[in-house]
Design a binder for this molecule. Structure first.
Ligand code: SF4
Length: 485
């Protein structure tokens, strides 16, 4: 499950209408990485995350240019631990090798049993045995062409075929990326199934829903990449070729290393990913809008690891590209800590979550929100002791919008929600006094003031005298009970 993107991929052919010629774009992207720096390949998780935040020009450009975002975050002083652990990687490879052992006999048994029980079983040997074509070729483009040919031949042959780690091309932000699913199975009826092999367990028939969701999103990328190949194969073979929208998820059963499998319906993820990839801002347009001389070159020392470029310079280069930070970035992007820091410094409401941002309409900063909550209206300084003291002051007990918990792709506050200043659906108009968000904030502020006043009146003798936490005349005085706690 890898995604490859290299300079050859970028040069493979820019779509019509591109702002820069391919050679200029290739050169510009190379300048952005720095002289002699090889483009970074992406993994499937990163591609799914890229599709999950289509409003982020920063990520689209950095991924499009193949910049190592992890190293960049480290040089900026905000490293993250985002990524797959080495332990999980090794365990996953061992389990996958086991599932595909014996020419994929067990895997084909699972595919047939779970997805196509009416089809003839593959024979142990002879013409009816499972075909496992050799897909090796030079470079990702060569492997993708070899995969397309093998899929055509397998479809025409009409038997069972297992393609182990085929290479597929998918258009990402205007340039092709190469993705590599664990396996694709061609059925005797000419349909194709994507197989995802994961190392997380299925215990008592259930698996971690978040991990299953992530696997489904990755599988959706593979199915999207297969669709044009299927259309081509249908034209060549004269057979109806169908890429199944139910993929097979294979995981270890309970606490063993034995495989178990379940079909996963990915129609929803397919529609979401298709829409998100189509919305991704084109890399060439973002690159063309950058100030002259902008580069993300870390200027590594002779050891090839230590950045020598000042962090301020790098921060300025990164800041030249707009971002669309949301708490979901923490689980999906290496630059999350850097972007979060700046979003907080700017008081951007996006840092509180897409749900909150959507609720606040045209109010773009926490300062604007606090001003709007005051009775005098937006822009007023308000009297001393105004009820709002911070972004959390208005949050109710069930409010999780400010948390860092990621939302799913189908969450109404998820990727389709307004994501940033570049989002065409974003409410850019300034909020007036009649804005529903402003009215709701004032109502909430009034209710909170009422509740605080009511809570201060009925006190029992055991509570001792009421002591305000802070007064205009002096510093905050701790409540006796607070000291006990
Ligand atoms: S962390 Fe920053 S660069 Fe990464 S997706 Fe979020 S806003 Fe974009």
């Amino acid at each position: 499950m890898n995604v490859f993107r290299d300079s050859r991929a970028v040069a493979a052919g820019p779509p019509v209408g591109q702002a820069l010629p391919s050679s200029s774009l290739r050169q510009r992207l190379s300048e952005l990485r720095g002289p002699g720096v090889r483009p970074r390949s992406l993994d499937a998780r990163a591609l799914a995350a890229l599709a999950a935040n289509p409003g982020c020009r920063r990520r689209a450009l950095l991924d499009g240019a193949g910049v190592d975002k992890g190293a960049l975050a480290g040089a900026l002083g905000s490293p993250t631990g985002y990524g797959q652990s080495q332990f999980a990687f090794v365990r996953g490879n061992a389990f996958e090798a086991r599932v595909k052992a014996d020419g994929g006999a067990e895997l084909l048994r699972l595919v047939r049993e779970r997805l196509d029980p009416g089809s003839p079983p593959p024979e142990p040997e002879g013409p009816g045995a499972v075909a496992t074509p050799d897909l090796s070729a030079a470079g990702p483009e060569g492997r993708a062409a070899r995969t397309a040919l093998a899929l055509r031949e397998a479809t025409a042959a009409g038997g069972w075929t297992l393609l182990d780690h085929p290479m597929l091309a998918v258009d990402v932000a205007g340039s092709p990326a190469y993705v590599e699913p664990d396996a694709v199975v061609v059925h005797p009826d000419g349909s194709w199934t994507v197989v995802e092999i994961k190392s997380f367990p299925v215990i008592d028939g259930s698996a971690d829903a978040a991990k299953v969701g992530a696997a489904a999103r990755q599988a959706a990328v593979y199915v999207l990449a297969l669709e044009p190949v299927a259309a081509h194969a249908a034209a060549h073979t004269g057979r109806a070729v169908r890429v199944r929208d139910r993929v097979l998820l294979v995981c270890p059963k309970d606490f063993s290393n034995l495989p178990t499998a379940a079909p996963v319906d990915i129609r929803k993820q397919l529609a979401t990913t298709r829409r998100q990839l189509a919305r991704l801002t084109r890399v060439e347009e973002i690159a063309a809008a950058l100030p002259e001389g902008t580069t993300f070159d870390l200027r590594l020392a002779d050891d090839g690891k230590t950045p020598t470029r000042p962090a301020q310079e790098l921060a300025a280069a990164v800041g030249a590209v707009g971002a669309a930070y949301a708490p979901e970035c923490l689980a999906a992007c290496e630059l999350a800590f850097h972007c979060r820091k700046h979003a907080r410094q700017e008081g951007a409401v996006e840092a509180l979550g897409r749900g909150v941002r959507g609720e606040l309409g045209g109010l773009r900063t926490i300062e604007e929100v606090l001003a709007a909550a005051r009775p005098e209206g937006p822009g007023s300084d308000g009297p001393p002791g105004t009820p709002c003291e911070g972004p959390r002051a208005e949050a109710g007990p069930g409010d999780t919008a400010g948390s860092d918990a990621p939302t799913g792709p189908d969450d109404p506050t998820g990727p389709d929600a307004p994501t940033g200043p570049d989002d065409p659906t974003g409410p850019d108009a300034p909020a007036g006094p009649d804005d529903p968000a402003v009215l709701a904030l004032r109502r909430a502020a009034a209710l909170r003031a009422e509740a605080l006043a009511a809570a201060a009146v009925p006190r029992t003798p055991a509570d001792g005298p009421y002591v305000p936490r802070a007064t205009a005349e002096g510093p905050a005085v701790p409540h006796p009970r607070a000291e006990e706690a």
